[in-house]
Structure formats: structure tokens, C-alpha cells
Design a protein around this ligand. Structure first.
Ligand SMILES: O=C(O)CCC(=O)C(=O)O
Ligand SMILES: [Fe+2]
Length: 338
């Protein structure tokens, strides 16, 4: 347990523990990265022309694979309640969280250390993370934390709202891709929702460590709330950029499986999380996945002579297995299906 909660335990210390110092070629180094001006903030609820919304989304997904949404329909009250509940959760005494720390792969709800395997190397990362599935809701809730006492009620409401927002975004992307069947992503293809909440305490030397190393999300889409502390960075043209924190916005990332379905028309972006020395940062990340036995393949109408199919059809779970064994690299995970 000592190892697991190290990041939050070291919160008060002035020096970064050795075990968190990354090899020189993996450190973020300088910290004053510029903001990425091409991540648009798209207003979903202000009566803007739906066609224009779809075009802006599509452009962002083609160029960088990330956009932010405001007026998204998830109430401020639910967001604030969820954020304050998670702050309380991560700051509870360790004995209240001990039962969630487990190596047991069968356990659905897990509090894990910042340690991760990435490209075969074990790295210690400056974060604590709580993960659990949210679908089917009633069933999954039984495995969720019992403390804070309002946990299950709050997260059930939050995840239900995020699921609705996810459907709305997928419907708009479906239009943007010109897929005739507007319900293409409904049902099994967007059935699974995983909650993953990151707690990054202030870090004594953010230039030497990372919160999360560079990766693509293996999802359909990811809907992330970063509150008012930035730290999410994306790689564009070989350089890192900050995604500006808008407290009312959700960041939407195109996941690798959606890149495949769109036959490369929508791009999944490589991103990472950096730490800072002043503010605790909490990010609430909802991963929208296809059901594990869904068939993933490029949409037929997006395949033609100049855009040959990226790969053959596969089951979502086959891709996920590869993705994890390839250290979070989407391109390598897709290779066996080429
Ligand atoms: O916390 C963040 O800003 C990034 C989180 C992320 O990329 C992830 O959980 O996959
Ligand atoms: Fe991610």
C-alpha cells in the first residue's frame, strides 16, 4: 500500500522522490509549452447552425483529434458535485481506500499507483488513479467505492449524463463522416463506459516526471473534464502543446478505434499529462468503448480507390489485447489486422 499511494503521500515533500524521476529522454523538461490554438471550443447549445458545428468538429478531428465542448447539456451542479466528491475521495485517510488497492485482475474497481508499464519500461508516474466500469450501471455500481457515502449516487448521475453527451457527439461525427445511418454508433458500438479519475498532487519538480506518458486512447471517444488546472498536452507536428483548461468545457479526444472506423479520416491524437508544483489537479476521464465483442472495421462508404481500407475487421477485444501488450501504441496494436 505504501507504494500505491506514494504520489499523494509525497505531496508535502520538497524533493521529488528518486523513484519518480524518469529517464532523461522521457522527461517533459521545459514546462512553458504554448497553448494549442487549433483546439476549438465548440458551443453545442447556443442555437449555432448544426451544420457549422459538425464542420468545426470534423476539421478539429481531421487536423488534431481533439476539441472542447461547452453548453454540452451536463449541468454545472452535477459536474461540481462530482469534482468535489472525487477530491474528498482522494483525500480520505489511506485506511478508507485500502480495500480498493489490489493486484487482483478480477476486481473491477481499482485504485492504482502511478506506476505503469509503457513500451516495456516500468515508470513511476506522479498520479493516483481510480478506475471502474459504468456499464451496465446497476450491476457495476455494486463494485464502486462505498465512501464517500454519496459516491454511487453522484457517479451514477454523472456517468449517465456523459453517456448522453457521448451519443450526441457521436451522432454529430456520424453526420460529419457522411454515414447514412445516423444510428451507426448507437448500441453495442458505443456501449461501454469506463470511469478513470486521476489525482495529480503538486509535484516538487514537474520537469523530471509525468502524470501520464505519451499515448493514444484506445477508445471510440474520451470525454475528459480537467477543471481549471491545465496539464493535458497534445503532440502536434512533433511539438507538445497545452490544451487550455476551461472549467465549463469537456475535452473530447478521438480514440484509436474511431480512427479505424473512420478509415483514418478522424485522427486520434497522441497526448500526455504533465504535473505542476502549485495546484492539485483532478481529471475525470470517461472512456467510451465498443462492447468487447463488437466488430470494428472501416465504414464501407469511407473506403474507395484513393482511401483503401486501413485494416480488416476485428473484434474490439482483440485490438484492446494488442494495445495493452504493445505498451499503449495504437499503430502497433493495429498491425496484426493490416
Ligand atoms: O489527466 C489528463 O489530463 C489526461 C488523462 C488521459 O489522457 C487518460 O486518462 O487517458
Ligand atoms: Fe488519454
Amino acid at each position: 500500500m505504501e507504494k500505491v499511494l506514494l504520489a499523494s503521500r509525497y505531496k508535502e515533500h520538497s524533493k521529488l522522490p528518486e523513484s519518480y524521476i524518469l529517464p532523461a529522454d522521457r522527461r517533459p523538461g521545459k514546462l512553458d509549452f504554448p497553448r494549442c490554438n487549433s483546439v476549438p471550443v465548440i458551443d453545442l447549445g447556443n442555437g449555432d447552425d448544426p451544420l457549422e458545428i459538425v464542420q468545426r468538429m470534423l476539421k478539429a478531428c481531421q487536423e488534431i483529434g481533439v476539441f472542447q465542448v461547452v453548453n454540452h447539456g451536463v449541468s454545472e451542479e452535477i459536474i461540481n458535485e462530482t469534482r468535489s466528491m472525487y477530491k474528498e475521495f482522494f483525500e480520505m485517510p489511506e485506511e478508507d481506500k485500502a480495500s480498493l488497492i489490489t493486484e487482483d485482475h478480477e476486481k473491477q474497481c481499482k485504485l492504482v499507483t502511478g506506476s505503469t508499464r509503457h513500451n516495456g519500461n516500468k515508470l513511476n508516474l506522479w498520479r493516483d488513479n481510480l478506475k471502474h466500469p459504468c456499464h451496465p450501471l446497476e450491476e457495476c455500481m455494486k463494485s464502486w467505492p462505498e465512501k464517500p457515502t454519496r459516491y454511487r449516487e453522484v457517479v451514477a448521475a454523472y456517468s449517465t449524463e456523459i453517456k448522453k453527451l457521448g451519443s450526441k457527439i457521436l451522432e454529430l461525427l456520424c453526420q460529419g463522416l457522411g454515414i447514412d445511418d445516423s444510428s451507426y454508433f448507437e448500441g453495442k458500438l458505443s456501449e461501454d463506459l469506463q470511469m478513470s479519475v486521476n489525482y495529480y498532487p503538486p509535484c516538487p519538480d514537474p520537469s523530471l516526471t509525468l502524470g501520464i506518458p505519451p499515448h493514444h486512447d484506445p477508445t471510440l471517444i474520451t470525454i475528459l473534464h480537467q477543471g481549471d488546472v491545465s496539464g493535458l498536452q497534445l503532440l502536434k507536428d512533433g511539438e507538445w502543446f497545452n490544451v487550455e483548461a476551461h472549467p465549463n468545457a469537456f475535452v473530447v479526444n478521438i480514440g484509436y478505434q474511431l480512427q479505424v472506423i473512420s478509415n483514418n479520416k478522424l485522427k486520434s491524437c497522441e497526448h500526455r499529462a504533465v504535473t505542476n508544483s502549485i495546484d492539485t489537479r483532478i481529471t475525470i476521464v470517461c472512456f467510451l468503448y465498443p462492447a468487447s465483442d463488437s466488430i470494428i472495421e472501416p465504414v464501407a462508404s469511407l473506403v474507395n480507390e484513393s482511401n483503401p481500407p486501413l485494416c480488416r475487421a476485428f473484434q474490439s477485444k482483440e485490438f484492446m489485447r494488442n494495445f495493452y501488450s504493445m505498451g499503449g501504441n495504437g499503430e502497433l496494436a493495429l498491425h496484426p489486422f493490416k
